[in-house]
Design a binder for this molecule. Sequence first.
Ligand SMILES: CC(C)(COP(=O)(O)OP(=O)(O)OC[C@H]1O[C@@H](n2cnc3c(N)ncnc32)[C@H](O)[C@@H]1OP(=O)(O)O)[C@@H](O)C(=O)NCCC(=O)NCCS
Length: 172
Amino acid sequence: MPRLIAPIRIVQEPLSGSANFVDLYLRAYQPLGDYYYRHRAEVKAYLKWLRHRDPHGSFIAYDGNRPVGFIATDSRWNHGAVGAIHELVVDPEYQGRGLGRALLLHGMAYLRSQGCRICELWVGERNARARAIYQTLGFQENGRWGKWIQMVRSLDDLPESGELESTLALFT
Ligand SMILES: CC(C)(COP(=O)(O)OP(=O)(O)OC[C@H]1O[C@@H](n2cnc3c(N)ncnc32)[C@H](O)[C@@H]1OP(=O)(O)O)[C@@H](O)C(=O)NCCC(=O)NCCS
């Protein structure tokens, strides 16, 4: 289903711990009520940790100068064979228009370009929306730890280049 987000740009750049990224993270997670850091200092430290894990592994969606979503991946997770998606966030005002999917495609393509063969992530068991997007993109449940579900996906069979390009073309 084509969804138009004409003014949105997706840019590969290190995550910032500035106030607008902290706000974006909190706005996205607050409706869920779980699975996130509540305190601004914790969020800032978490964003810093994400940036240090892989400064090239994050993609940020901008509407003008305003960040409206990001993905943080990690190509050095588990000695490089397994890449991780540590975080995916889309501003509630921009959700449901394919932006989360586009960010995921950028992140997976990046991990593959760095030589990762498998991609893993952890998602909250009651986070139905996130689980649905991962399932749609071919992730499968691989284990559980408390309220967290591990999902994995091979990076050998990313979506056909045509689909990838047409999705990404909406967000350049
Ligand atoms: C999860 C999240 C990133 C999705 O972003 P998004 O931009 O709304 O996602 P998309 O519009 O690309 O939707 C992609 C898929 O999500 C699913 N989806 C979208 N809206 C949904 C809804 N209301 N209910 C259930 N599934 C939904 C669908 O499977 C959709 O696939 P489609 O292409 O067949 O429509 C966003 O909801 C978010 O920021 N949530 C809070 C933070 C979070 O939970 N992050 C994940 C941590 S593991």
